[in-house]
Ligand binder design. Structure first.
Ligand code: ZN
Length: 389
């Protein structure tokens, strides 16, 4: 390997050394900037902020000025390590023991960022320095927290500069047990609501003078939990509604409370829009209330709609690249929580493929070193096939 092509394992270790708990940059974007600039990329560091949030640094780098334009997206911020003493290897030391690389962000997702850079630089070296089309890196420092000064704004910023992406690979840890077992081709939507029942406060000993909202709450909650949102769709599991909290806040033993609330979250598939979902759930509540319970649902705004990549050339290309590099045939999945792919999908088709997700956000987050090598080979094969024509 020539000097200019970095080793993905060294790069991953270097990134793990950076303390990048959101919103700290921690030196990670600086490292990416130097690495990509050295290979001929034009690199932009952009900071976004808005009232009430911490400013967050992001990075956009591009090489080439022709289509097709493939973008690797990712984030360098990490969730906090928790109690560092609980780790068998310090969370920001990047230690390799028995073939495993330990550290916060090893799989989610500094490891994948390192693999994408190593694969790209190796590909460019083989091409004499320039791609046939364009390759970009879209790296945010605001994914793990509230995600308002990250990918959403970075995509808008790029669009205003006239950047057009044809396809995107997001390096979130998509695999369940081994590199190559799963590509995420879409994600469910997420919608939060609060169910509130109005009653009348009073003395427990004089219930005829009060109206206990807990009865209504239990009745409506039961109806909402019993309802079937759908049976699943071609690419998605059935949607589910889960109550996450019941809030009455009454500490007085002999008091009937005046109001009762419960929070819920719905993970929904492409059988619904946010509006059709709201209508359906409100009808369940309405029917259960039967005009005798005073209720309302307050819906929180959501930017997480369900999406799925259309089957076709790009999905096929990535599947074939994974088969070639890993020997495994990946499952096309839409499971799991939301990710920044929900924002990228408004700009271009996006697939998520990265490391194995088993230890993400846990104490002793780690990846097999062999997985870093394999993921680099997958990305390298994708690049080779993508720009082949
Ligand atoms: Zn992540």
């Amino acid at each position: 390997m020539p000097n200019s092509v970095p080793d993905p394992i060294v790069l991953a270790c270097d990134l793990l050394h950076c303390r990048t708990v959101t919103p700290a940059e921690g030196g990670a974007l600086a490292l990416i900037e130097v690495t990509l600039r050295g290979a001929g990329f034009t690199v932009h560091r952009v900071t976004f902020e808005e009232p009430g949030t911490a400013p967050v640094e992001n990075l956009y780098a591009r090489i080439g000025n022709k289509p097709p334009h493939l973008v690797f997206a990712g984030h360098t911020d990490v969730v906090p390590p928790g109690e560092e003493a609980k780790w068998s290897h310090p969370p920001f030391a990047g230690e390799i023991v028995d073939g495993m690389l330990y550290g916060r962000g090893a799989v989610d997702m500094k490891g994948a960022v390192a693999c994408a850079m190593a694969a790209t630089l190796d590909y460019l070296a083989a091409q004499g320095g320039a791609p046939k089309g364009s390759i970009s890196f879209l790296v945010t420092g605001d994914e793990e927290s509230i995600a308002v000064n990250g990918t959403v704004k970075l995509l808008q910023w790029a669009a205003e500069r006239g950047e057009k992406f044809d396809h995107c690979i997001l390096g979130e840890p998509s695999n369940a047990a081994a590199v190559g077992d799963t590509i995420k081709i879409g994600r469910r939507g997420s919608l939060n609501g609060v169910l509130t029942i109005a009653g009348k406060q009073g003395h427990v000993a004089y219930p005829q003078l009060a109206d206990n909202p807990v009865r209504g709450l239990v009745k409506l909650m039961s109806a909402m939990m019993a309802g079937t949102l759908d049976q699943g769709t071609r690419n998605f599991d059935p949607s589910n509604l889960e109550f996450t909290s019941i809030d009455i806040g009454n500490t007085t033993l002999n008091l009937i409370p005046g109001e009762a609330r419960a929070r819920f979250n719905i993970r929904f598939n492409d059988a619904h829009s946010q509006n059709s979902l709201k209508t359906l759930v409100e009808r369940w509540a309405q029917d259960a209330a039967a005009n005798s319970i005073r209720w309302r649902i307050d819906w929180e705004p959501s930017n997480a709609d369900p999406f799925v990549a259309k089957p076709g050339q790009f999905v096929d290309l990535v599947v074939e690249a994974i088969k070639e590099a890993t020997g495994r045939t990946p499952k096309l999945s839409t499971t799991g929580g939301t990710s920044d792919a929900r924002f990228i999908t408004h700009y271009c088709p996006v697939l998520e493929f990265g490391l194995v997700g088993q230890t993400m956000h846990q104490v002793d987050e780690r990846t097999a070193v062999a997985d870093l090598t394999m993921l680099t080979a997958v990305y390298r094969t994708i690049l080779e096939r993508y720009f082949k024509t």
